[in-house]
Design a protein around this ligand. Structure first.
Ligand SMILES: [Zn+2]
Length: 539
């Protein structure tokens, strides 16, 4: 999740230019003689492990969907990796989630001509039972009402039903902007919006059902009617990527096709050219499976019951490898712990790292942690959470804490000049909007500081898509991020004071028309109980 606080491109470019213009003279870049800061710099910047760790995590272990064997294997790898560095870590059971194993997806158009299609099962989709199935594809008609939909259902038996909007173009928007005559571009824009409107929302095509985050209640209703399968497509408006979410079907498979391969099948069906598809899908529904947070710590020496928490969710969607959501946040925190253990092995306060499960299912793992470790909450000095992709950290938020400028500006002032020029303090600001795990802590009044980075087109390109893979990671930026977070963790641990928890008065600020915007626009996130088992959000 987490597409919070995108930064203006111009500002980001200006900052990047500034960074490049600064000669990296290591001897002059440290504002203080602090040997720990210098050591963290050397370890983080000169002997970074983020790329080799990333290769194992993203290529070999792969995506980390909650309830899958991949996620458990990756949890175990984290524990072993920490153990090899002498860091105590364990998997803490959070609850159960529906279990599922993704096998292969082979999808071919077989009539009116043969073409292998780019597509895959939605997460948690059933497979085709060990053999391929071949079935005709039909377009979901437009219905006057849900009764008409129900009357039509018998016709859908044995068919593959196309349930998503066909895109009139799969060229990226920027390609149209660069090349099309304005009137032609405008016409395409309106066709695109019309297609999206027609096929979106809680009442797709008059069926009375939605596709939720994948095939939704519509997929389940079609399955009950005996369809052979459900075909979806959720293209982004850039670079031909598609989002891959989930299905609640248990018998009829649900697949997602790429923008144009979906368009091809749709046009053939719409024009009565009899498309037939062959699906060979391997998957196993495994029933409820335990899910875990991986939690590590470096014990504090003089204030062991006060904590600095490094936070990043570990789960992902599985259309790609979960590289930027949130493999990069994971690598950042993992590497920060590695270098902290070497440069600062006896911290004043206990340094905790939380690799949360099921953030994508509603901040499940981090909420569970705050419930299971409620005794720790009063002792938390600061939480640093990262969940917005691969980019270099540009801003740290104040988490809605009135006195956050005092601490954060002091900490930033001790970073090497290179990082000071890169990272700005966003002001005491607002509490987390609930887009990521910092909200699970902020709701309890814990100082939780979100780190937001350069976007690298996160929202358009990799966020929840089939292209969220190793090659999109900018390792040099993760390397810097890990070093920055390790330094912030060290500085927060050494901070003589306990960070004040006095909150910004949101109502007063909003009324004054300040940064808070109109009255009522800002509220503190409410603490919600962690769902400890599969949360059927489609209902
Ligand atoms: Zn995320």
């Amino acid at each position: 999740m987490a597409r919070l606080r995108p930064l203006a491109a111009a500002a980001a470019f200006a900052l990047s230019a500034l960074t490049l213009a600064t000669a990296p003279l290591a001897a002059q870049s440290f504002p203080t003689d602090d040997p720990v800061i210098r050591r963290l710099w050397t370890l983080g910047m000169d002997s970074s492990r983020v790329q080799s760790l990333g290769q194992v995590l993203l290529d070999s272990l792969g995506p980390r969907m909650s309830g899958t064997p991949n996620q458990k294997a990756a949890n175990d790898w984290l524990v072993q990796t920490y153990a090899s560095w002498g860091i105590e870590a364990k998997n803490e059971r959070v609850g159960t989630w529906r279990g599922w194993r993704r096998g292969h997806s082979h999808i071919d158009l077989v009539t009116p001509r043969v073409r292998s299609l780019e597509g895959t099962m939605l997460a948690y989709s059933p497979g085709t039972g060990g053999q391929a199935i071949t079935a005709p594809a039909v377009v979901l008609p437009r219905f006057a009402d849900s009764a008409a939909f129900v009357r039509w259902l018998p016709e859908a038996r044995g068919k593959l039903v196309l349930v998503s909007a066909p895109m009139p173009t799969c060229r990226p928007v920027e390609n149209w902007t660069a090349n099309a005559e304005p009137a032609v571009k405008a016409r395409m824009d309106s066709m695109r919006s019309a297609a999206n409107r027609e096929w979106a929302g809680p009442n797709v095509r008059g069926t009375g059902h939605s596709l939720a985050l994948g095939s939704g209640s519509l997929g389940v209703r079609l399955e009950e009617a005996g369809v052979a399968g459900v075909i979806t497509s959720r293209p982004k408006d850039a670079w031909g990527t598609i989002d891959i979410f989930e299905s609640y079907n248990t018998k009829a498979p649900a697949i997602a096709l790429s923008c144009e391969d979906y368009g091809l099948v749709f046009r053939l069906a719409e024009n009565n050219q009899s498309p037939t598809l062959r699906l060979d899908l391997d998957a196993e529904l495994l029933g409820d499976q335990p899910i875990f947070n991986t939690v590590g710590m470096i014990k504090g020496s003089t204030k062991p019951n006060e904590y600095v928490v490094l936070s990043a969710h570990f789960d992902s969607w599985d259309g790609g490898s979960g590289a930027t959501d949130n493999g990069t946040g994971t690598l950042l925190m993992l590497e920060a712990m590695r270098i902290l253990k070497q440069a600062y092995p006896n911290p004043t306060r206990t340094i905790v790292v939380g690799h949360w499960t099921a953030e994508e299912k509603g901040l499940v793992g981090s909420r569970a942690f705050t419930e299971d470790h409620a005794d720790m909450l009063p002792g938390i000095q600061a939480v640093f959470n990262q969940d917005n992709g691969t980019g270099r950290i540009l801003r740290i938020g104040g988490g809605g804490m009135v006195n956050s400028p005092k601490y954060i500006n002091a900490w930033l002032g001790k970073l090497p000049t290179e990082f000071q020029q890169q990272v700005t303090f966003g002001g005491p600001g607002s509490p987390s909007g609930g887009g990521s795990d910092d909200a699970s802590f902020a709701c309890h009044g814990v100082p939780a500081f979100g780190l937001s980075g350069h976007s690298w087109n996160y929202g358009q390109y990799t966020w929840h898509t089939n292209r969220d893979t190793y090659d999109k990671v900018v390792f040099d930026e993760i390397k810097g991020n890990a070093t920055i977070v390790a330094m912030l963790a060290y500085l927060a641990s050494e901070e003589p004071e306990k960070v004040s928890r006095e909150r910004v008065d949101l109502a007063a600020r909003a009324q004054a028309g300040g940064a808070g915007g109109p009255p009522g626009a800002m509220t503190w996130p409410a603490c919600q109980k962690a769902p400890r088992q599969t949360n059927p959000r489609l209902r």
